[in-house]
Design a protein around this ligand. Structure first.
Ligand code: FES
Length: 152
């Protein structure tokens, strides 16, 4: 007996077979785990230990206004106050500790926000809102005249 003859004999149609499939979840859609943002998870992270300068910034032409930021070498540095004192800046890793999406600084809320899943971090990189559960690494900032240096 052919398969089609068997199914016809017992009144089972292919539509009925397929309906059972879709009820079991064959047609379910997968959700996008990273609906927005730029994932830099594959990039080589900057060093988080030891010493050594990562890069410098010329404060006479960059980071001149509060809330302005610069991303370089896997680090985002933000001016958070007037003046050229190291405490006027914060520098943290740009890759979110959840899944590696590049974070942004929101000056109005004075915190870093990940566009992928909404994790939020304080100016020093501490987790304020998940799903991230690990703090961002914070880098050392020093200033000599108008030259700012970010180091590990
Ligand atoms: S990558 Fe998921 S919250 Fe940042």
């Amino acid at each position: 007996m052919e398969r089609s003859e068997f199914l016809a004999k017992f009144g089972i149609t292919m539509a009925a077979v397929c309906a059972g499939c879709s009820l079991a979840g064959c047609g379910s859609k997968s959700s996008d785990p990273n609906p927005g943002g730029v994932n830099i998870g594959g990039a080589t992270p900057p060093p988080t230990t030891g010493s050594g300068n990562l890069f410098t910034v010329d404060l006479s032409s960059q980071l001149t206004s509060i809330g302005s930021s610069k991303t370089q070498s896997g680090v985002i540095i933000v001016r958070i106050a007037d003046g050229n004192d190291p405490s006027s800046f914060t520098a943290v890793q740009v890759a979110c500790t959840h899944q590696g999406t590049a974070i942004n600084y929101n000056n109005g809320q004075q915190r870093f926000i990940c566009p992928a899943h909404g994790s939020e971090f304080s100016k020093s990189g501490a987790v304020l809102v998940g799903p991230a559960s690990t703090s961002l690494h914070q880098y050392t900032v020093s200033v000599d005249g108008t030259t700012l240096t970010v180091s590990a």
